[in-house]
Design a protein. Structure first.
Length: 647
């Protein structure tokens, strides 16, 4: 195999020699980082700090020259619309952000696992129904993925994981609102998440990352041989769990084929370790491939168990099972990305400078008994550089892999990498582009679908270091926009983002623009319970403003229409449980009202034709003004009324 990593370590590495990065550079000449490199890798954090502390003048020159012709523009003139929606992970903020590309402007936020005072997420009854009782304080959202039909985005839903609290959520694209959150049993920490591409979504698949004992009740704390985790299939239409697969090792990232037959997932802890040395002990971990048809058959014929009180069918997919295939790959692999031609899935090596290319066709042959060695499904294992994490595609046969340690994106050609693996002398590396700095995911426009259009690539960099005005010790991430429409990648823009996007989807506006509602539809299921409650109370939400007392429960119904609430005052008694239900009867696009009660910690959004409700105990007697928080009218400040709480 040609060794393309040599040219990555000469001119650019600042501070390399003075840190353990130098040691890692030397190691890159090997095919993978052996156990002897453990000390070097563990020291990488120190090395990075040393390297990053040096000036970075080189990063702004070199291959990113802005003078060449034919470069796409990120500038979107006033009044013009972006060509793409960006569906952005919010990481530990627990939210999703909707961006516009190429401008990289943030358009809106969709609270999911977090609370959000702006719209009352976590405050309104409608959001609490989605979040559940005693919902956790937040979540760690890594992977947003839009539902698909036949390998094309279909604009119905966005599914997301919560690594912090082992949950999966669904966002409705028509209103950009989270409508379901479920907890995943028999697992701890949901990391990788992907949707079934064909025939449709269908299943949403997710990976349990941490191995724990089951039941996890204090038994077997120090007996890792009893730990395990599972791969989970959720029905995306009902958000009910369809089945789970017990696996060896752990699960990290995952992706689907384009035929609805297989899922592949990376595992970095095949060792079953419980500490850093344990996670890194072996030279190879694996990619596990799940045979969906066989798993469905096993479930149908009752070949499953249930675990620890949950009624979810769990099939045994550990080594030796006919339901799975374990492909040994080097070392602590991370990203798992299927190519848009429907032929390959690529696992990125992380602690190996390689990525492993597997062919779905060969996986077919393996399950048909025509191949014996699991490694026979590997068709290429090209060398990239240090710390390959994730891979994106342009639909023209090229792949783009992020190198965390090298702070680069490698553009490489898949066919040429396959030829090199077969022994031909070809250079599969097309270009290496410096990014700033330490990229995790990258994502290309429409690149995880059959419609990969090869126009834009975003590198989601974990460090921004010196790229923005200093804002304190916590730095923003730097999501860099890269033009991949020509032969060469061109860096176009640095975009600071709040902690911490892991992944994104870049979706052409034709998919979504006409599906997104401009105002709510009356009787939308999102507020169906408020509508049902009003009906029981004999209230017509669109016209009535009334107070209904029901023992110590008080239900306050009112309309809002700029610049007035339907009630100028209402009176309750201290200790009453008060439910305020407001219907915005304005029909004008963008005419949103708010409802904030002074000193009660309550705020909520009521967009045109929406009904929102909130329930609280009137525990503070006195006059409490409630006021509109969205500037809706010249008399917006005057849009306020009184809640009188009798002592
Ligand atoms: S993971 Cu974060 S950089 Cu959660 Cu997809 Cu790879
Ligand atoms: Cu209504 Cu401001
Ligand atoms: Ca490992």
């Amino acid at each position: 195999m040609s060794n393309n990593t040599d040219d990555t370590h000469d001119s650019r590495k600042t501070g390399e020699g003075s840190s353990s990065l130098g040691a890692i550079a030397a190691l890159s000449r090997r095919h993978m980082l052996g156990t002897s490199a453990l000390a070097g890798i563990v020291g990488a954090g120190v090395g990075l700090a040393g390297g990053l502390a040096a000036p970075h003048a080189e990063h702004t020159s070199g291959t990113t020259g802005a003078t060449s012709g034919g470069v796409q523009k990120d500038y979107v003139a006033p009044g013009q619309l972006d060509e793409y929606y960006g569906i952005w992970s919010g990481g530990q903020s627990g939210e999703v952000r909707i961006m516009g590309l190429p401008s990289m402007r943030e358009l809106i936020r969709v609270p999911v696992f977090n609370t959000d005072f702006a719209i009352g997420w976590g405050i309104t009854n409608e959001s609490k129904r989605v979040l559940g009782e005693n919902f956790p304080k937040g979540g760690d959202l890594h992977h947003p993925h839009m539902s698909m039909t036949d390998g094309h985005y279909d604009g119905r839903y966005i599914f997301v994981n919560d690594k912090a609290c082992t949950r999966v959520a669904r966002i409705r694209c028509d209103v950009m609102r989270t409508d379901k959150i479920i907890e995943i049993p028999n697992a701890q920490s949901i990391h990788g998440l992907r949707v079934q591409r064909a025939p449709r979504t269908g299943y949403v698949f997710c990976c349990g990352e941490f191995r724990v004992p089951h039941p996890n009740d204090g038994r077997d704390l120090n007996d890792p041989s009893k730990y395990f985790t599972v791969f989970t299939a959720i029905d995306g239409d009902t958000m009910k769990i369809a089945w789970q697969v017990l696996v060896d090792g752990n699960l990290d990232n995952t992706d689907a084929d384009y035929d609805g037959k297989y899922m592949a997932a990376t595992c970095y802890n095949s060792e079953g370790g419980v500490d850093l040395a344990g996670f890194m002990r072996d030279e190879r971990d694996w990619v596990v491939v799940f045979n969906i048809k066989r798993i469905e058959e096993a479930v149908r014929s009752g070949q499953y168990k249930t675990i620890a009180g949950s009624d979810v069918p769990v099939v045994d997919g550990r080594h030796g099972s006919k339901l799975t295939l374990y492909v040994p790959v080097p070392k602590n692999p991370h990203g798992c990305n299927a190519s848009p031609d429907g032929k390959y899935v690529v696992a990125s090596g992380k602690l190996s400078p390689t990525v492993t290319v597997m062919a779905w066709e060969k996986i077919d042959q393996y399950f048909a008994g025509k191949l014996r060695d699991p490694r026979d499904v590997v068709v290429a294992e090209p060398e990239m550089g240090l710390g390959p994490l994730h891979t994106a595609y342009d639909g023209r046969g090229n792949a783009y892999t992020t190198l965390f340690i090298d702070s680069q994106i490698v553009k490489w050609n898949i066919d040429d990498a396959i030829k090199a693996y077969q022994g031909q002398k070809v250079n599969y590396i097309r270009q290496k582009l410096d990014v700033a700095y330490q990229p995790g995911h990258n994502h290309s426009s429409m690149g995880e679908t059959r419609d990969a259009d090869g126009k834009w690539l975003v590198s989601l960099n974990k460090f921004s270091k010196d790229r923005f005005l200093p804002v304190g010790p916590l730095h923003p991430d730097n999501d860099q926009l890269i033009d991949i429409s020509g032969d060469e990648m061109k860096l176009i823009a640095d975009v600071p983002v709040y902690s911490e996007p892991h992944d994104c989807n870049i979706v052409h506006r034709r998919v979504l623009m006409n599906k997104v509602k401009r105002i709510w539809t009356r009787n939308d299921p999102f507020f169906a319970e408020a509508v049902a409650m009003a009906k029981k109370d004999g209230i017509t939400l669109e016209s009535d403003s009334k107070v209904i007392r029901d023992g110590r429960k008080v239900r306050v119904y009112m309309t809002s229409a700029a610049p007035m609430y339907g009630l100028e005052e209402f009176t309750v008694k201290k200790g009453d449980e008060v439910t305020v239900t407001i219907t915005n009867i304005d029909q004008i696009e963008d005419l949103t009202h708010g409802f904030c009660i002074a000193n009660y910690g309550i705020n909520m959004e009521i967009s045109p034709q929406e009904t929102s409700s909130v329930t609280f105990i009137a525990d503070k007697p006195g006059v409490h003004w409630f006021y509109c928080t969205f500037f809706c009218h010249a008399l917006h400040l005057e849009m306020r009324s009184r809640m009188l709480v009798e002592a």
